[in-house]
Ligand binder design. Structure first.
Ligand SMILES: *Cc1c(COP(=O)(O)O)cnc(C)c1O
Length: 401
């Protein structure tokens, strides 16, 4: 997005503020669908937790996306956005049987990743088809926090437990209509992903009533210059060929499903903050912005890099800064970053702020969560108002002592 557009949005709607570019989301959606144009039935279920604003969900609906949800609340959001329950997949981890049953009652597709729950659900509801999430034990990417397919992961049913799954299916007479994996948040190496896919195909062969195979997500997007990103086009070609062969062997045209979150919305997002103060210490120049990990926690939570641009002074001389927040806790966004000279009052734009940014925001330090803007058809649409003091206090009970 154009810096002057971003600056104008901050001027008109205040800061800190999140801005999302609808065109970029659409571009990414189209990129993924065209990479898989050779597949007869392709379904992209947008991972709601990446950015869960109802207007974003409605935008996804206009593209023809379904939804991937991880809580009953996300299911409700999807229904409120007008999705048909059949277009929603519920892929929770560690939730109660009751929550899964409530989702099933709403008519959404159920994905189960636990043998105990599978057995209980199958015994009580043998006529509700379910998908199973397997753990192929493949380590995608190097960060154990975001690789969920490895041996110690809490996600999925181990492929070594397939015989047990088959026994549960036989004993309960339930139907498995899909198999699923989600190996982690970084596919750096297409061959590793294809290797995991072979394990999924092998699993799929053992279930006779499948409608779909869900390959999860993990598409990597660039966060800074020189970053490796998933080569979607090459990946699409290779997996399409393999998938078609599988369908021929299986004797049915199955749906190929993905659940992209980050890939669709990360690069579409900008987080705009204002510089409250410049603080020069003996070793560092700090730029202190009117935000912190209450609004954007990824750098502190898992060391993520977000490019930061001084959109108030794009031609200024470059200097080194540590960009930090205003909360009473270490909240370093960036260390030793080369940024165009920063003055107090300047607006800094954080890039890649679409995925896992607002959706992880909190009210820590009793600060308001930012407003959200969708830039759509060359207009700024407010899709979430900035919170007010009323929002901070409304559920608190003011008892008398
Ligand atoms: C979070 C999640 C996704 C989305 O992952 P991204 O890396 O954002 O694409 C997909 N599927 C499941 C089950 C998830 O939990």
């Amino acid at each position: 997005m154009d810096n002057t557009v971003l600056l104008n949005i901050a001027k008109t709607h205040g800061d800190p503020i999140y801005v999302y570019d609808a065109n970029k989301i659409k571009f990414q959606y189209n990129r993924l669908t065209s990479a898989f144009k050779g597949v007869k039935k392709l379904k992209l279920n947008y991972a709601v937790k990446a950015l869960s604003n109802i207007s974003i969900l409605k935008l996804m609906k206009t593209f023809g996306a379904g939804l991937d949800t991880v809580s009953i609340e996300e299911v409700k959001l999807g229904l409120a956005a007008g999705f048909d329950p059949k277009e929603i997949v519920f892929t929770p981890n560690g939730v109660s049987l009751e929550e899964i049953e409530s989702a099933a009652k709403m008519g959404v597709m159920i994905n189960i990743d636990n043998l105990s729950i599978l057995e209980q659900f199958g015994s009580k509801h043998p006529n509700t088809p379910v998908c199973i999430r397997i753990n192929p034990h493949v380590m995608a990417g190097g960060n154990a926090n975001i690789s969920v397919g490895h041996i110690d992961s809490k996600f999925g049913i181990s492929i070594h437990q397939i015989p047990h799954i088959l026994r549960i299916v036989e004993n309960t007479n339930m139907t498995i209509n899909g198999v699923h994996m989600h190996t982690g948040s970084d596919i750096l190496d297409i061959d590793v992903f294809l290797y995991a896919s072979e394990i999924l195909f092998n699993t799929a062969k053992q279930f006779k009533n499948l409608d779909f195979i869900d390959f999860g997500s993990g598409f990597k997007v660039p966060y800074k210059a020189g970053d490796i990103e998933t080569n979607i086009e090459e990946f699409g070609d290779k997996l399409t060929t393999r998938f078609k062969t599988f369908c021929k062997e299986y004797g049915k045209d199955l749906t190929l499903a993905f659940e992209p979150g980050k890939f669709l919305v990360s690069e579409a997002g900008y987080f705009l903050t204002k510089v409250n103060a410049i603080k020069q210490t003996t070793s560092t120049v700090f730029a202190q912005v009117n935000s912190g990990f209450n609004h954007l926690i990824r750098p502190m939570l898992y060391g993520s890099h977000h490019d930061i641009i001084n959109i108030s002074n794009t031609n200024g001389r470059e200097r080194f800064y540590s960009v930090v927040g205003y909360i009473c806790e270490t909240d370093t966004f960036a260390n030793n970053r080369r940024i165009n000279e920063i003055n107090e009052g300047d607006i800094l734009a954080f890039k890649n702020a679409g995925a896992y940014c607002f959706s992880m925001a909190s009210n820590y330090n009793s600060r308001y969560r930012p407003a959200e803007i969708l830039w759509y058809n060359n207009k700024a649409h407010v899709i979430r108002a900035r919170e007010t003091f009323e929002d901070i206090i409304k559920l608190q009970k003011n008892i008398d002592f």
